[in-house]
Design a protein around this ligand. Structure first.
Ligand SMILES: [Fe+2]
Length: 296
């Protein structure tokens, strides 16, 4: 009797929007923008803590982790660079899920930077799959460091990287969606080539570098430029895209949804307890707010 009643109750659940259930392979990932230059201490750690609360499948850092060090390519410079990476990784440590790294100009501006990045963190360009999606991380300073491009053409992927990209894309033709992450896309001298290679498949490009959020159009495609997670910013607000934030991307059977979360936009489950509320008695706004509700 009790079973019958339970069945009856569940079949009458109060629910709407039944036409589209979440796909079993639905997943979310976070994009963390520039931490440097002119790091504002502690901001990146707070972003990492908030992303951890949201429990993404993984995160992708879009580049500029450390400050520029203009020094000779010697052991002392490499030591200083490693110390800066220690600081960055410490600020990232609240995040327990994998964090894929994209090299920014600050991270890859000299042979010493490149050596420390590769030895310590891995390849500065790579791809990986997650469920039925393909992710590509590009290094827009590779050609400059490899000598393929001159110093006045810093934002160059280079012919070798473009060849690799073409091969990688043709090896992953069946991906339901392709995500490309590159620190500087707008500034990249080969952005047309990148878009041409991607055409014919569903894709999204994420970049950073300018420290101001923009949803942009280029060559018939939309791409995103993220703002900051502690890097230099006028912090004028959402009106001109100068905010500290992270992007939250949910992929549901090929459907991509992008949300942006401002710094302090995620609160822990204990953000207000009886004890904390009691300590806030001096907050007259809250007390008077309650009183006016009760008076109604
Ligand atoms: Fe930056």
């Amino acid at each position: 009797m009790s079973d019958r009643r339970d069945n009856l109750l569940s079949s009458h659940a109060a629910v709407v929007n039944l036409q589209r259930q979440a796909h079993p392979k639905r997943f979310s990932f976070a994009l963390l923008p520039d931490r440097s230059g002119n790091i504002r201490p502690g901001v990146f750690r707070r972003i990492a803590e908030q992303v951890e609360m949201m429990s993404p499948d993984f995160a992708i850092f879009t580049g500029d982790a450390i400050e520029i060090i203009d020094s000779p390519d010697d052991e002392e410079t490499k030591l200083a660079l490693n110390e800066q990476w220690d600081e960055f990784l410490d600020e990232l440590s609240p995040l327990t899920r994998p964090v894929y790294l994209t090299p920014g100009w600050h991270d890859y501006k000299s042979a010493a930077h490149a050596e420390v990045f590769s030895k310590r963190l891995g390849s500065p360009r790579y791809s990986f799959d997650y469920h039925d999606c393909h992710f590509i991380v590009l290094n827009c300073y590779e050609a400059f460091i490899n000598g393929e491009a001159s110093t006045d053409a810093v934002w160059r992927l280079g012919a070798r990287q473009l060849d690799w990209l073409a091969m990688d894309l043709s090896a992953h033709k069946s991906a339901k969606h392709t995500f490309v992450i590159v620190h500087a896309f707008y500034e990249s001298m080969e952005r047309q080539e990148v878009v041409d290679l991607l055409k014919g498949r569903p894709f999204t490009i994420f970049s950073a570098s300018s420290h101001a959020y923009r949803k942009q159009e280029f060559a018939g495609t939309t791409y995103y430029q993220l703002a900051t997670a502690g890097g230099y910013s006028s912090l004028d607000g959402v009106g001109n895209g100068t905010v500290d934030h992270f992007a939250w991307v949910t992929v549901d059977n090929g459907d991509v949804k992008i949300a942006n979360v401002l710094l302090d936009g995620v609160l822990p489950d204990d953000f207000c307890t009886e004890e904390l509320a009691a300590d806030f008695v001096a907050g007259e706004v809250i007390i008077s707010g309650r009183m006016s509700l009760w008076d109604d």
